[in-house]
Design a protein around this ligand. Structure first.
Ligand SMILES: [Mn+2]
Length: 231
């Protein structure tokens, strides 16, 4: 079998949506095992309060990722705007590799820029302001020092406010100029990102879909990118 890579993002896993976790496990136990690499481009989790969260529902997820790596698939995880606190302990416990946003990879002689995508929504000023707080390492340090229950409480409050905001105003789209600039800056042929929940495959841009309605998997091989279903 020739080699290929798979890309997913925006699963928004949570203990409430067990159907998405079930789809993920099916995928990790089947198609993902045949791939050379699996790239998760942000928002695997609906929110992440720190790698020390030992909630029982997380242990089977970690186990499934670890199991996949035993089959020889290399798994890369990029934190998104929801799970930006995913860290090295999570990576170690799952045998996955953390990916910085942005990351540039080479696949089949193409230079591919990987991003979550939220920082390309430059028209959404309130998100960019919020992002500057969440990426402040000192604030992250203070947050992670709080007791788990307090962190849960804060994360739920933020999620609630964000959902109410999205109800009034859907997730902003990427600024087209920001895409061109990012491609030029990284001398990349193709940008693959998630976040907007508006799947798209074009010559220079692939947008991954959210798993909230149904699983979305992008396969990339020597023939280029295509969406595949899960069994
Ligand atoms: Mn996102």
């Amino acid at each position: 079998m020739y080699q290929h890579s798979l890309f997913i993002s925006d699963l928004h896993l949570s203990p409430q949506h067990t159907d998405i976790t079930r789809h993920l496990f099916t995928f990790l136990q089947q198609q993902a095992r045949d791939a050379q690499c699996l790239y998760i481009l942000g928002d695997l989790f609906d929110y992440w309060i720190g790698d020390d969260d030992s909630a029982p529902w997380l242990s089977s997820i970690k186990q499934q990722f670890k199991e996949l790596t035993r089959y020889g698939t290399t798994v890369y995880i990029m934190p998104g705007n929801r799970d930006f606190l995913l860290g090295t302990s999570f990576a170690a416990s799952t045998n996955c590799h953390l990916l910085a946003d942005p990351t540039v990879i080479q696949l089949y002689e193409k230079t591919i820029l990987l991003k979550h995508g939220d920082d390309l929504c430059t028209d959404d000023l309130s998100h960019q302001k919020f992002r500057s707080y969440t990426h402040n390492t000192r604030l992250q340090h203070y947050f992670l020092a709080l007791p788990l229950c307090t962190r849960h409480w804060i994360a739920k409050r933020i999620r609630h406010a964000s959902r109410q905001r999205q109800y009034k105003q859907p997730i902003a789209d990427i600024n087209p100029q920001a895409i061109t600039q990012a491609l030029q800056q990284h001398k990349a042929d193709l940008l693959i990102h998630g976040h907007t929940h508006k799947p798209l495959i074009t010559e220079h841009r692939c947008v991954l879909g959210t798993w909230e309605s149904q699983p979305y998997v992008l396969r990339f091989d020597q023939n280029g990118a295509q969406q595949i279903g899960i069994n």
